[in-house]
Write a protein that binds this ligand. Structure first.
Ligand code: GLU
Length: 299
């Protein structure tokens, strides 16, 4: 008989961005994470993704903490706030720079969009790579005279550097994982550090998942395609690959994905109209049958 190998207990995370109020989609994600952590004897960590200081507000963070407590989702340990960890992202970017896999890009958003060569999986303009061809001397001159730069990953070189096909284990909402091939090339030369942002979502989330020891990333299907970039960055930086579960999205009765920008009803708003945490949990399938009083459709 083989000796039992102790498996470390799983670590999950819920990672809201405090740029608005939580809606039912966030509640679904937080409840999925909490349930999986409870079922597996794991821990659930909270990460506040507040790097974008123009859109993220402490008042939103306070409201999010309040909503989650009201919903009955508790966390194990203190939250990690991205805005307090700029050094971690800078050191990851420095490593990629030492590997010659990143370059400064001086194009404005509008310039990059005008010269786009297509769309990335999120529908954003795909960067044509104008600044990729600048010489080291040209880059130095522009940086020294203070031109604003974003830092982009040289995708072709990065994929070549990784040197082998990249994949991840995708569990969806099931019990067994399926290997998924990652196609990060579809994202082009992604931004890792913005002109005014210490790290992009892709870089910050990859570094944080590793720093927090996350073994299981549970988040919405809208982030599935981005996982290819995160897996590539993990390979380049020598970070462990978590398991991934991309869950279904909560949709409004018209079939659209809930979103802050579309003005989907917030949890706080539903609460003000008399919904209880129990009503919300039931509607989302976390306590017996869904409640027909709450109009949400899951797809
Ligand atoms: N902060 C992201 C959001 O609120 C989630 C990021 C993630 O789970 O990887 O949509």
């Amino acid at each position: 008989m083989r000796p039992a190998v102790p498996t470390p207990s799983p670590v999950f995370r819920f990672a809201p961005t405090p740029n608005g109020a939580l809606h039912l989609g966030h509640a679904y994600s937080a409840l999925c994470n909490r349930r999986l952590a409870d079922e597996t004897g794991g821990r659930l960590l909270l990460r506040i993704e507040d790097l974008d200081r123009t859109r993220c507000k402490p008042a939103y963070e306070a409201a999010i903490l309040d909503d989650l407590a009201w919903l009955g989702v508790h966390f194990d340990g203190a939250p990690r706030r991205q805005s307090e960890h700029g050094d971690d992202y800078a050191s990851a970017l420095g490593r990629l720079e030492a590997m010659d896999l990143v370059y400064p890009c001086f194009c404005s958003r509008a310039e990059a969009a005008r010269a786009a060569i297509g769309r990335d999986p999120d529908g954003a303009p795909l960067y044509a790579g104008a600044c990729r061809g600048l010489t080291i001397a040209q880059r130095r001159v522009r940086l020294q005279r203070g031109d604003k730069a974003a830092w982009r990953l040289d995708m072709r070189r990065a994929v070549g550097f990784a040197a082998r096909p990249i994949a991840w284990l995708e569990y969806g909402e099931g019990a067994t994982g399926e290997p998924r091939a990652a196609a990060p090339e579809a994202w082009g030369d992604v931004v890792l550090r913005g002109r005014d942002l210490v790290a992009s979502y892709h870089l910050a989330v990859t570094v944080d998942d590793a720093v927090q020891g996350v073994t299981d990333v549970v988040r919405g299907r809208d982030l599935l395609a981005a996982t290819a970039v995160h897996r590539l960055l993990q390979e380049l930086l020598g970070l462990p690959a978590p398991r991934y579960r991309h869950h279904r999205l909560v949709r409004d009765p018209g079939g659209d994905k809930l979103s802050k920008s579309r003005g989907s009803p917030s949890l706080a708003g539903l609460r003000a109209q008399g919904a209880t945490a129990e009503t919300i949990r039931r509607a989302l399938g976390f306590a017996g049958e869904g409640d027909p009083e709450v109009s949400v459709a899951l797809s």
